[in-house]
Design a protein around this ligand. Structure first.
Ligand SMILES: [Zn+2]
Length: 441
């Protein structure tokens, strides 16, 4: 088969199974689940893979599913990823009445579009023609939410990292993977009657989260000399952060935005337990790490000044995305193939996502494909064009895969040989995630 014939056969298989792909997506949409709790969602994906006849590994990072599909040769392994989790938007029409979870970020469409890719790979016969393997991945917990619950999971040893892709990296899921592509559903509604429908993604900010506890010593508020005031320590810490702001450089767009979540226990007791949370955001890893170290130093200064204790829990947030221009070229070619040259663009927006964490160790494209209307993470977010959100998304993913892996996998090998990873997996885990190097990973 020529590449064109393979793409035509794959897209035809997606069209033949359109009803099933859309029904799966709609079913997930109506039963939203939050990160690391996507058990019903995971069961639906597994049932679809069973029907297709693809063997898969489940329970990866609690609810994740890995589906390896072998090509004719094994020169490259391409991951095609979709997410499983919802966000909290209790007034969304299909919000879970108990948890408030709602699919107002489009991850249900991602999950179903990867099943669309599975139908295409199974029924089109392209795997007998491709010179690389494809690993379909359904990943949990993209949204950085329910931090207290996820910290419980960490304390129980269920996971070690808060984001699903971060945990996939730690578990070694990507160890035999060379590159990854995925898509996120975006809004296409607007004033333009024929809007841009897709883009190949772009840069965004990264962040580190911190939970801070100041421990002082209680005493009667009328006898403060017998206590240690943890609130005063926190105030000095916050002032010391502010004093450091003039050292942050404009080009790095550092944002530090602490809040006090507990200021004391009783007004007539010297505060001995004060809690803060903050993010440290920025446009480069080094700048975020540099600012993060200054914030830690400032927070500790408050404790030192008062003779209190400061415990800082680092929560590795999502790293700054690193782009592979060569992989983006192949994705853009296939966006043009599916949507038409004037209905897509090469560079688009990129928010904070843990797909960025994968992008520092291998080539990644996190594209955006239309089909939704409303504001993301809000109650009015709905898919209005299923032929885009589910079907065109699946076609773009599979056609990109065909382009990469056809003809001796020459395009994938070109992408791989031109990619200089900013970090190794070990550097990512130790430098960014603050995990001690050891037998855990
Ligand atoms: Zn999202």
């Amino acid at each position: 088969m020529t590449t064109a014939e393979m793409k035509a056969a794959a897209c035809a298989a997606i069209d033949r199974n359109a009803d099933k792909i859309i029904a799966l997506g709609e079913s997930i949409y109506r039963e939203p689940e939050l990160g690391y709790k996507e058990f019903k969602t995971s069961a639906k994906i597994k049932a679809a893979l069973d029907e297709i006849g693809f063997e898969h590994q489940d329970g990866v990072a609690v609810t994740g599913i890995i589906t390896p599909v072998k090509g004719r040769y094994h020169k490259v392994n391409l991951a095609i990823m979709g997410e499983l989790d919802a966000v909290v938007a209790p007034s969304h029409p299909f919000a879970d009445p108990v948890t408030g979870a709602a699919h107002s970020c489009g991850h249900f469409a991602q999950a179903a579009s990867v099943i669309g890719v599975a139908y295409a790979l199974k029924e089109s016969g392209v795997m007998n023609e491709l010179d690389g393997d494809i690993t379909l991945m359904h990943v949990p917990a993209e949204e950085f939410v329910e931090l207290a619950y996820r910290k419980e999971l960490i304390e129980k040893g269920t996971v070690k990292l808060l984001g699903g892709k971060q945990e996939f990296i730690r578990l070694g899921v990507f160890d035999n993977v060379d590159m990854m592509i995925m898509q996120h559903t975006r809004t296409t509604e607007g004033d333009d009657p024929n809007p841009i429908k897709a883009d190949a993604g772009g840069t965004g900010m990264g962040f580190i989260g911190k939970m801070i506890q100041y421990i002082g010593k209680e005493s009667h508020a009328a006898a403060p000399s017998q206590g240690i005031n943890a609130l005063k320590a926190a105030q000095i810490g916050l002032a010391a952060i502010d004093a450091n702001r003039e050292t942050f450089q404009d080009k790095d767009t550092i944002r530090v935005h602490p809040i006090i979540t507990k200021g004391g226990d009783l007004v007539n007791v010297v505060p001995a337990d004060v809690r803060l949370e903050t993010y440290v955001r920025g446009l480069s890893v080094d700048a975020v790490l540099d600012a993060s170290a200054k914030v830690d130093r400032a927070l500790q200064a408050g404790a030192y000044a008062m003779g209190a204790k400061c415990i800082i829990t680092q929560l590795p947030g999502y790293i700054i995305p690193y782009e592979s221009e060569e992989l983006k070229d192949v994705v853009y070619d296939n966006l043009k193939y599916v949507f038409g040259e004037d209905r897509c663009k090469r560079n688009g927006g990129g928010g904070s996502t843990d797909a960025s964490d994968v992008s520092v160790i291998m080539p990644v494209v996190h594209m955006n494909i239309g089909g939704a209307k409303g504001i993301g993470h809000s109650p009015d977010y709905v898919v209005t064009a299923p032929e885009l959100a589910y079907l065109a998304a699946a076609k773009t993913l599979v056609c990109t895969a065909i382009d990469l892996l056809a003809n001796g996998a020459e395009k994938a090998l070109y992408v791989k040989s031109n990619f200089k990873a900013p970090m190794t997996k070990e550097e990512y885990l130790t430098k960014w995630c603050n995990l001690e190097k050891g037998k855990d990973f």
